[in-house]
Write a protein that binds this ligand. Sequence first.
Ligand code: ZN
Length: 221
Amino acid sequence: MKKKIVILGTAHGINVGGKCSPDKSFREYKYSREIIKQLKAELEAAGYTVIVDIEADEVPATQKVELASRCAIVNKICKEYGTANCIYVSIHVNAAGSNSQWLNAGGWCAYTSRGKTKADTLATKLYEAAEVELADYAEAMADGKKSGAYSEKQRPFRTDYSDGDADQESNFYVLAHTSCPAVLTENLFMDNMADVAFLESEVGRKAIVALHKKGIVSYFE
Ligand SMILES: [Zn+2]
């Protein structure tokens, strides 16, 4: 049987400043770890080997060391299991500002490193899954534009078709320095009140877990 190794990347750490909602009720490091815990259990139940890059709440003190150690962990696993059997998915929550005030941006997106790689295939699968699992969210965003929760130009799925597929291209360190296909998801906005309410809800948490699971499973099929 083909090996299916999923490496999940947690966002930041308890010791990293910012990365929270303006009222500080929502913290990105914590949400990412909670989603990953559930996703890991569900993928393992489906027969996947799942490894979390940094499971602890605390991360190395400088971002440079933190990101380098995440990549070292991923690349070591790739070496051990075979790069072709591995994928890396880093799970984040977006912000439109500096986390000091509520803003009206929203939406889901995924980033890959620049150029056409197998990560684009993985990202496309994640977008397809997001469109299914976040269908209710997309509808709520349309209503939210009327109430001012979202600005007119917001889209539920933020895309960049400049290279022919939906994912946004970025040279995020962990995407550029990992040997297997790597995608970073930005799961809505922690400085949008409506997005935070959705993320924290039971329905929202299930949808975020489900879209990752569905996208990953469909990539390996
Ligand atoms: Zn982040």
